[in-house]
Design a protein around this ligand. Sequence first.
Ligand code: GLY
Ligand code: MN
Ligand code: MN
Length: 491
Amino acid sequence: MTDELTPETPDEDEQPIKQRKNGLYPGVSDELSESMRSGWADTELHDLKPIEQAPHAARRRAALSRRFPGDRLVIPAGNLKTRSNDTEYGFRASTEYVYLTGDQTDDSVLVLEPRPNGAEGHDATVYRLPRSNRENGEFWLNGMGELWVGRRNSLDESAALLGLPCKDVRELTGQLSEATGPVRVVRGHDAGIETALTDKVTAERDEELRVYLSEARVVKDEFEIGELQKAVDSTVRGFEDVVKVLDKAEATSERYIEGTFFLRARVEGNDVGYGSICAAGPHATTLHWVRNNGEVHSGDLLLLDAGVETNSLYTADVTRTLPINGRYSALQRKIYDAVYESQEAGIAAVRPGAKFRDFHDASQRVLAEKLVEWGLVEGPVERVLELALQRRWTLHGTGHMLGLDVHDCAAARTEAYVNGTLEPGMVLTVEPGLYFQADDLTVPEEYRGIGVRIEDDILVTEDGNRNLSAGLPRRSDEVESWMAALLGKQS
Ligand code: GLY
Ligand code: MN
Ligand code: MN
């Protein structure tokens, strides 16, 4: 890649007056700087329509405003993070900012300002970088100039798109430093904004804002459910892509699987919603195996846990455990079918009015029964469940909320989530698994190194649930037929 024209920040005292005044740096002739100032077309866009999220974001801001009357609320999108020198990691705007604006622009900040004179409600403004200035050369001499990073929307364009007034973010820290009255900020995204607010906020009050924004997302609206379905549909296609290249993965490594799924994620969406777990053979027993540098062998299982994140940043979270050669062995099938049965019991327990924990309990019971039946743990089942002995092999909780974050709503209070009650519009994963570690001496040798998880994304409906990821087969014989069809083989 090319280097920026901008050298190290020059020593002010050594700069000729003319260059300081123009904001220019050495090595730039007057003639070039003059040339770069002019001769550019006016590209301002007019008559822009609001983005699809705009009315939904407005409704969410109104609810936020009602929850925190009289407080100034500051919700940053976050900043770029340096990878090395002038190279940054890919940017992903904060979930809270995206939820409240539909926007994803780095360095932006949403501010809800209480209306003056005790009037009810807040005025919302998005602060963001405007178009680059061409007069002072920032558009081509600064690494964040539009010539380097691409055209930004003007403040007027952004206002039309987001349905919100937009102002220059470079004025914000000064304004916040001088502002009086109670303030709350979502922490962890923008150190500059937090520094400007140091003396005005408390950790406790900021945490209340974070918790509210997590709990507000527990029930999804129609737009969000549509986006989650899109994420899942792309994910289904990504799994199909992977099955078609299993021979190439065998010739290379798990990386071929990761790269294949990632291609689908980048072409149809924004990214993967989390690091893809492409775990062949005994790697399937490592819950978050994301190194993906292992060998792929016929006769082993592939546990693929992956999700496409849409351009609006909603993610799927789906797992299938596939026989790499297209057919489960007898033992693989026995373990797979047990997990399938457990997942069926879990999904059946997802309905409005049920406790969040019910589907976990239903799934765990089936797995405990199987472990007792196979002689791996001493019964009775009630004793196993009471002492949670099955967890040596089931390892993790059976599911979580899903949305903008893969583990969505994570800051919600226990009573609003883990100890809460399911309601229509919630979307959660049901993902039981059985994992026999390669070095687990308590199970027969043939079990060791086998890991199975099946994970689906389930919407709670008015009268039960809908499996958003039903497009991917789950039953062992259906998985085999699906693989055979994709590979053009007789099942
Ligand atoms: N992919 C992480 C999880 O299933 O929770
Ligand atoms: Mn997963
Ligand atoms: Mn999950």
